[in-house]
Design a protein around this ligand. Sequence first.
Ligand code: FES
Ligand code: FES
Length: 159
Amino acid sequence: MEIKLTLNGRPVTGSIDPDCLLIDFLRDHGCLSVKRGCDTSNCGLCTVLMDGKPILSCSMLAARAAGHSVQTLEGLQEEAADFVGFIADQGADQCGFCNPGLVMNTIALLRENPDPTDDEIRAFLAGNLCRCSGYDGQLRGIRSYLDSRREKGDSRHGA
Ligand code: FES
Ligand code: FES
């Protein structure tokens, strides 16, 4: 079957088997940031945005994305660049395998809630598993990014 969707702002047409998962479709189209960690909807590594909302691409048929807009980290480099350095500065990036999923969910969080509390950050990112670092470094990185944004009075994000 043929599907058409918008991938990172560009129209894409693909010929797929009906049981093709969105994660495989995206990786076949060059979006190698989308990682497969569990395949059981438990790790968050395969998170992408569909129509601006985070979804697990390992748990969705590619056919269901037809007609929708899908974004991966490849298409959100500028938005991610704002805060990934803060996360790395806290030593939260070790093997880095979980990083794209974490970044995608952090982007979704900050779009929805530009000034979250620590508890809100923890709750939103609870589905992102990391085998290496624990979660405190990631929380500290996001917190220090938000603090620095507030100090700068950055109104772009509503802070
Ligand atoms: S690979 Fe999709 S949630 Fe783990
Ligand atoms: S840094 Fe290795 S899984 Fe998170």
